[in-house]
Design a protein around this ligand. Structure first.
Ligand SMILES: C=CC1=C(C)c2cc3[nH]c(cc4nc(cc5[nH]c(cc1n2)c(C)c5CCC(=O)O)C(CCC(=O)O)=C4C)c(C)c3C=C
Ligand SMILES: [Fe+2]
Length: 386
């Protein structure tokens, strides 16, 4: 509560904080939640649009922006959760009252199918096409696609869930949740100096990720440039989301040697084969030809480099006594054709494929940041002025 009060007093532009309870600035050239240091928890939701009225949808984007502005600063939506008209439901659902901002970030993206609506066909980026089918895909339609998405990341799961719930509530009659995903135990770090997190196979994950402070690499690999086109997406990015089931019971019966061969790194330190330390440069030829790191490395993919921001998930059991667990893989890039698609095609021979299966998939164009108090999510796409 202390954190929320401090931010409320400071006005509308909270400083980007580093402590777990701090607020992350909502306004900026790029949306928060991409290069921002990764928070502990995720609630991701894909929505379908249910209105044909463009003005109604634009009004929703403006209402969402204002709600996001408030929630990321640790404030309740609208007039709050209590004290209003007794005859009407409160503006805010209330479960985040007293909680700190928890570094909440809210990031919006637009799916290819949105551009079949609202006369947007001419504004769809060439790169924003449904992802192709990849070897081994076993996709569930009910966990794939979506007209738009919201990625909510926070250090407190209740703060992330509250944010998505309140946006869904505001969207009633205009959008409906198509699918959603909770995540924990971030599997990629975007800060070079912190301890690398481990995935559910027990390996350090995110060692060679792009760090949020590497502005040159972000410009080269993550942010859509002014010359890339279309204009409305400059300063934005593309987000690939893949729900990847991990067969952890099979993995847990696999020898340590095989596990290390699969990744091309050792399990304790996370060092590449033949090297001593986690951050030593990988020597790809020393790895098995089908090692995951050897096939995913930029040198094997014409330089393709992704900003990974995935989270682990466990969603109960599958009815056969096995945990329905895995990695909710999230990757930001400047162009999915030379980013995720390039790398994923090369992973067709990956030794890891014996232990995983991709079961959900979506691609979104992520617009640039909300510049100031008068700006709103999607303005560059929906309004004629740049
Ligand atoms: C298409 C992109 C990728 C998918 C899908 C993917 C799935 C996946 N990865 C792991 C575990 C690890 N991945 C690691 C490195 C790594 N993975 C990708 C891409 C995809 N991974 C890249 C680009 C890299 C970096 C390659 C490099 O530059 O060396 C590692 C090693 C540590 C690290 O650098 O992060 C691990 C471990 C799992 C479990 C998984 C699917 C469930
Ligand atoms: Fe990987």
């Amino acid at each position: 509560a202390g954190g929320a009060v401090a931010v409320a007093r400071a006005g509308d532009e909270p400083d980007a904080g580093t402590g777990a309870g701090a607020a992350v600035a909502f306004h900026g050239a790029h949306q928060a939640g991409i290069a921002t240091p990764v928070q502990d928890r995720l609630h991701f939701a894909a929505f379908d649009v249910t209105t044909d009225d463009r003005a109604e949808f634009v009004a929703l984007l403006k209402e969402w922006t204002e709600a996001a502005r408030r929630m990321t600063a640790g404030r309740p939506v609208g007039e709050g959760a209590h004290g209003g008209l007794p005859e009407a439901p409160p503006d805010d659902t209330g479960e985040a009252l007293g909680l700190e901002p928890s570094r909440l970030t809210l990031t919006i993206g637009f799916g290819p199918s949105l551009f079949d609506r609202f006369d947007l066909a001419g504004r769809r980026p060439e790169a924003l096409e449904e992802l192709p089918r990849f070897a081994g895909d076993n996709l569930d339609r009910d966990r794939s696609g979506g007209d738009l998405c919201v990625q909510a990341c926070a250090d407190d799961p209740q703060v992330a869930v509250h944010a998505v719930r309140n946006l869904a509530r505001i969207g009633f009659g205009r959008v409906v949740v198509r699918w959603s995903q909770l995540g924990f135990g971030k599997t990629s770090s975007t800060t070079a100096d912190t301890q690398t997190p481990r995935n559910l196979f027990g390996f350090k994950d995110g060692t060679r990720n792009i760090s949020g402070t590497e502005t040159d690499r972000l410009d080269k690999h993550v942010w859509v440039g002014k010359k890339d086109g279309p204009d409305w997406l400059a300063g934005g990015s593309y987000l690939v989301a893949r729900r990847i089931r991990m067969h952890i019971e099979t993995w847990d019966r696999t020898s340590l040697q095989e596990q290390e061969d699969v990744f091309g790194r050792d399990k304790g330190e996370g060092a590449p084969v033949g090297r001593a330390k986690e951050r030593d440069e990988p020597f790809l030829k020393a790895m098995k030809p089908d090692a995951h790191v050897r096939l995913a490395h930029p040198d094997a993919n014409a330089g393709a480099t992704l900003l990974r921001r995935g989270y682990s998930f466990t969603d109960g059991t599958d009815g056969l006594g096995r945990l329905d667990a895995g990695l909710f893989f999230l990757a930001y890039q400047r162009d999915p054709r030379t980013g995720f698609i390039r790398v994923q095609r090369n992973l067709a021979q990956d030794a890891l494929n014996e232990y995983i299966q991709h079961v959900g998939s979506a691609l979104f164009a992520v617009p640039p940041g909300v510049r100031d108090q008068g700006d709103w999510w999607g303005r560059t796409l929906f309004s004629q002025e740049a």
